[in-house]
Ligand binder design. Structure first.
Ligand SMILES: N[C@@H](CCC(=O)N[C@@H](CS)C(=O)NCC(=O)O)C(=O)O
Length: 327
């Protein structure tokens, strides 16, 4: 775990001293957008037109943020249009590494050893964290974006003329509602588990865990009568919640001490998780060996022995019974 400072790698863990033990996630710095015609998007510069074979994704199967992009690449039929490299699941003193083992592919573009070397190709003086996912432009040789929330929005629509996909996970009439729910789920659930797990004071931990379970309780109620978060059509908000729910019982309950309840204890969230997992194409994007191996093996300040628990037994394949709610 570490960061680049003016282009030099430094091996440092998150500093929570200045924030009373609270983990604060830093902002992603590459914020350009791929658009259908290459015009500038909501932030950054223009010049990134949607074209077949031009872009490359760097992901980790372990990472919930990168997992979003793998799901959108699959569902939006982008696999033949955007290539992908998968980092090794262990993230140690050199940050994310490229190795060819257990589904990790190595760096298919440059043969790099470490992901920070890819960041340095885009900006030799980069300062900041070296995170996945990364959307790379093979034409301009730079990073388009390292912000998953924005990469999935690009994938949602920019390539539609090429792929012929008309699946819309962010329908215009729901923009405000989806954005509002995403903001809560991001703060209290997606990032909430990290705030609990990386807290270094009791107060910071309890604050995060309390907010997390209050929100899970509310979501479970919402899903009592609604198959997905917005009635019977899957939206972006569902996929953003899914990647955290998938990791919850195998990792966040134990490793991040998010243990008031398990997802399997929630009557509706548990079936909802299975429903999304069983959606065509999704199981192939899920890799529990990388997920468990990464968290338990990489965070030595939390789990010094690196031992990966064998359990829990998961039932992701069993019937979810949610067809009764429509969709
Ligand atoms: N806001 C970013 C966050 C990405 C992120 O933090 N990814 C983690 C992996 S789960 C990472 O690469 N962490 C490395 C680090 O913080 O040094 C996004 O959603 O794309």
């Amino acid at each position: 775990m570490g960061r680049l400072v003016d282009g030099k790698w430094q091996d440092v863990w998150y500093d929570t001293k200045a924030t009373k033990g609270r983990f604060e996630r830093s902002q992603s710095q590459f914020r350009n957008w791929v658009t259908a015609d290459g015009a500038a998007g909501l932030s950054g510069k223009g010049g990134f037109k949607a074209e077949a074979g031009r872009y490359h994704l760097y992901v980790s199967y372990a990472c919930p943020w990168a997992h979003r992009t793998l799901i959108f690449r699959k569902l939006k039929k982008l696999e033949d249009f955007i290539s992908v490299s998968v980092v090794d699941y262990l993230m140690l003193e050199n940050g994310w590494e490229f190795k060819k083992r257990d589904g990790a592919t190595g760096d298919d573009l440059f043969g790099s050893d470490y992901l920070y070397q890819v960041y340095l190709k885009a900006d030799p003086h980069y300062s900041g964290r070296v995170t996945v996912p990364v959307l790379w432009d093979k034409q301009q040789n730079t990073i388009v974006s390292n912000e998953s929330a924005e990469i999935i929005r690009m994938m949602s629509s920019a390539f539609d003329d090429l792929t012929g996909s008309d699946l819309d996970f962010y329908p215009a009439k729901l923009h405000e509602e989806i954005d509002a729910l995403n903001a809560v789920v991001y703060d209290r659930v997606n990032n909430g588990v990290y705030k609990a797990g990386f807290a270094t004071t009791q107060e910071a931990y309890e604050e995060a865990v309390t907010a997390l379970f209050e929100t899970l309780d509310t979501l479970d109620q919402r899903l009592e009568t609604s198959r997905y978060l917005f009635d019977d059509k899957i939206t972006e908000a569902d996929w953003r919640l899914f990647t955290t729910l998938l990791r919850f019982d195998p990792v966040y309950v134990g490793h991040f001490k998010c243990n008031i309840r398990r997802i399997s204890d929630y009557p509706n969230l548990s079936g909802y998780l299975r429903d999304l997992y069983q959606h065509p194409g999704i199981a192939e994007t899920c890799n529990l060996v990388h997920i468990k191996g990464h968290y338990y093996g990489s965070h030595k300040t939390i789990n010094p022995t690196g031992i990966v628990p064998i359990g829990p037994l998961l039932d992701l394949e069993t019937a979810h019974g949610r067809e009764r709610l429509g969709g």
